[in-house]
Design a protein around this ligand. Structure first.
Ligand code: ADP
Ligand code: SF4
Length: 694
């Protein structure tokens, strides 16, 4: 470690004044949710604190609801409804201040995007329109003047509470079409005829008033930031960077102390690497700095310090805004500061983090297995407990589980040997990152391989497929089996519980075959009953190879799981653009030489299509024969001096890459440790037990 910052990056470490406060550097963790809301406040505070420790000069909360008339139940959310919420909100600034960083809070009211199922108050909006939040037939109440007055009072009170909780930067939220104030701007939502409707000046009146209210209430000691989507790519009638978005910035130019600007909706703001590359927002947001004298923060999945410097030097932004890069590597700024930018664990842009919020679960990260485990399991993103014994560890398989296990165990000080059957490390990451658009996923492998190469206590053997006898001969103390999983070729999965008739033919392929370069002939049918990301990638790969491809799914929606990564609409559009035909709600009845018979699930109509090859994307099975060979003979294990044999990653249970990384990390964390029955703390969380009875 050189411990010396490259002078080219000095500019990133300059302090920047934001109204009455000063950020210690230009690294700015913009507001982002985390799938916990207020369910485990200490876990969230420690996650944010870890980022401050890692050098993020500003660290912000997710949206904090200003009042009970805006709630997202059952989605995780963060209430700041009244004074009783202050104490738990205060944990976060306390954690962040401990490392010399500023704490920001994003005050928000979701307007027509709220569900209000818990409090049962009417959803509020500029006009009576169907609510955005669900398919239920809810409508918003058109706010009258009293509602608007009340709304301003709630917002002002929330700002005062936020200041009491210790926040330095208080946001007014006007982005993602998820903000009541922002919804007033949309001509498609706001059809008012009073002074809050009609002209842009009128539609922006509430935004101006709330900014003025907030400055008046807390602006003496807190900076007032505006998060504003200058360009909406999803909804009609909203701001455009070359239209009303720009006009709003001109109208309010120096009113906020900070402009945090982005694009809308959230799926565009947090676009995945499959669809958008680093710096993708620049064409939409770069005009803002030319208009305002106040500091500007922008995002764009920045992980390269050179790109960051270029953003500052070219006058695009004053702060390097980041949500996902700060999740994947909470210590990103510190690594640049210490002259070890090569150690950055770069975000891969997969949006598994985002899937937490949408699936009501604590955020997970493909690159960072410790996220949100800092408090409940005591896992630090960079530090790990020293080894408890001199046990030697053999890891069989060099996919994401094996690589992370090797890295975490080696960091603890264990001697680690990793044996990989093929000529390459990375397992499924290597295969999947070669698919169209997924090249950044290779970072999961590359980060770990680079780190492992520098560790003296790690030995890696390629082309070393091991069997049980060899494992026993080596006689390591502990063996972790990370041999992964394989795709089924018989069609069994969520839809078919028994093999599809004719699936044994040599014209039937699994995704593994396609990823390993199998040559298919003729028109191809891709059958996707898994409904995650891989089916559509098979289509893209086969289209690239020049095949005519038909996509068939038994689900009503293509790639349904990717709703959680916010890619589903884009994938659907791409499939319709690329495929010869897309057939949803269809199952395969049988596969015959040269054709496939399908059945429409609801009408029962059958059709037989001529097809050269079929790719079945249905489900996976663990490669666990080595494990079973070993554990079936416990005497010979004991004779070989092997204390434990465990499966990790996909070999244990096929799942996301994020789960394989997590599984490998967990194994290394728990080696030689006494792990309690419930291996994480539930204290002060919604999962705590409470006293019942009189
Ligand atoms: P995971 O996601 O759980 O890490 P992967 O399928 O990505 O699983 O990786 C598993 C890795 O294990 C692959 O690189 C594969 O080549 C390797 N592997 C499978 N069986 C053996 C074996 N018997 N010996 C060594 N390596 C193996
Ligand atoms: Fe980045 Fe994926 Fe981690 Fe999210 S889950 S921070 S997108 S690597």
């Amino acid at each position: 470690m050189s411990n010396k910052r490259d002078p080219r990056y000095d500019i990133l470490f300059e302090p920047v004044k934001i109204g009455p406060v000063t950020a210690p550097n230009r690294f700015f963790q913009v507001p982002h949710c985390n799938g916990l809301g207020n369910w485990a406040p200490r876990a969230v505070a420690e996650m944010r604190g870890a980022k401050a420790e890692g050098g993020w000069g500003v660290v912000c909360t997710e949206i904090a609801e200003i009042h009970h008339s805006t709630e997202l139940h059952p989605f995780p959310s963060l209430p700041l409804w009244d004074d009783s919420d202050i104490a738990q909100l205060a944990l976060m600034p306390e954690a962040v201040h401990g490392h010399g960083s500023l704490a920001g809070i994003e005050l928000g009211h979701f307007g027509i995007a709220a569900g209000n199922r818990w409090g049962r108050t009417p959803v509020l909006g500029p006009s009576t329109v169907p609510t955005l939040e669900s398919a239920e037939p809810f409508h918003a109440k058109a706010m009258d003047k009293t509602d608007i007055r009340e709304f301003r009072r709630w917002h002002r009170n929330a700002a005062v509470r936020a200041k009491k909780a210790g926040f330095d930067i208080i946001y007014v939220y006007c982005s993602h079409a998820l903000s009541l104030i922002g919804q007033f701007l949309y001509t498609s939502i706001n059809s008012r005829t009073d002074e809050y409707g009609g002209s842009l000046e009128n539609r922006a009146r509430l935004l101006r008033e709330v900014l003025e209210d907030t400055k008046e209430a807390v602006g003496d000691s807190c900076a007032v930031a505006l998060r504003f989507a200058v360009h909406d790519m999803t909804f009609d009638g909203g701001p455009r960077f070359d239209g009303e978005g720009r006009e709003v910035v001109e109208m309010l130019s120096d009113l906020p102390d900070l402009w945090d600007v982005n694009v809308s909706d959230w799926s565009n703001d947090s676009a995945t690497s499959r669809f958008s590359k680093e710096g993708f927002q620049e064409p939409f947001v770069s005009f803002v700095k030319q208009i305002t004298d106040k500091p500007v923060v922008t995002v764009g999945r920045f992980t390269s310090p050179d790109t960051m410097v270029s953003q500052i030097k070219r006058g695009i932004t004053d702060f390097i805004g980041a949500a996902r890069p700060s999740i994947a590597d909470p210590w990103l700024p510190r690594k640049i500061d210490e002259g070890r930018a090569d150690d950055i664990r770069e975000c891969i842009g997969c949006n598994v983090c985002v899937s937490g919020e949408w699936s009501y679960s604590p955020m997970r990260c493909t690159q960072n297995p410790t996220v949100l485990e800092e408090w409940r399991r005591g896992w630090h993103p960079e530090r790990i407990a020293a080894k408890k014994s001199d046990d030697q560890l053999l890891i069989v398989g060099g996919g994401p589980a094996g690589l992370e296990c090797a890295l975490a165990a080696a960091r603890r000080g264990y001697d680690v040997t990793l044996a990989e059957a093929t000529t390459e490390l990375g397992g499924r990451v290597t295969l999947e990152s070669a698919l169209p658009g997924l090249s950044e996923w290779a970072r999961v492998r590359d980060y770990r391989v680079f780190q492992l190469q520098q560790m003296p206590n790690v030995e890696i053997y390629l082309e070393s497929g091991l069997n049980a006898e060899q494992v026993r001969e080596f006689g390591f103390d502990r063996v972790a089996i990370a041999t992964g999983a394989h795709w089924r070729r018989d069609g069994v999965g969520r839809h078919h519980s028994a093999p599809i008739e004719g699936s044994g033919r040599d014209t039937v392929f699994a995704p593994d075959d396609v990823m390993r370069g199998a040559r298919l002939t003729g028109p191809v049918l891709v059958y996707d009953s898994e409904s995650a990301y891989l089916g559509s990638l098979m289509v893209e790969r086969l289209c690239e190879e020049g095949h005519e491809v038909t996509l068939v799914s038994p689900t009503a929606q293509i790639a349904g799981w990717t709703q959680l990564t916010m890619e589903q609409p884009r994938i659907t559009a791409r499939m319709y653009a690329m495929c010869h035909e897309v057939l949803t709600d269809h199952e395969i009845v049988s596969l015959a030489p040269g054709d496939v018979t399908l059945r429409h699930l609801w009408s029962g109509t059958r059709r037989t299509m001529p097809i050269g090859a079929v790719v079945l994307v249905t489900s996976r099975l663990p490669n666990d024969s080595l494990y079973h060979d070993l554990v079936s003979n416990s005497d010979s294990l004991a004779d070989a001096g092997i204390k434990s044999v465990d499966r990790i990653g996909d070999c244990l249970a096929p799942h996301l890459i994020a789960a394989a990384v997590y599984s490998g990390h967990r194994y290394a964390q728990e080696m030689d440790e006494d792990v309690p029955e419930t291996p994480f703390s539930r204290k002060d969380t919604v999962w705590s037990s409470f006293a019942v009875g009189g």
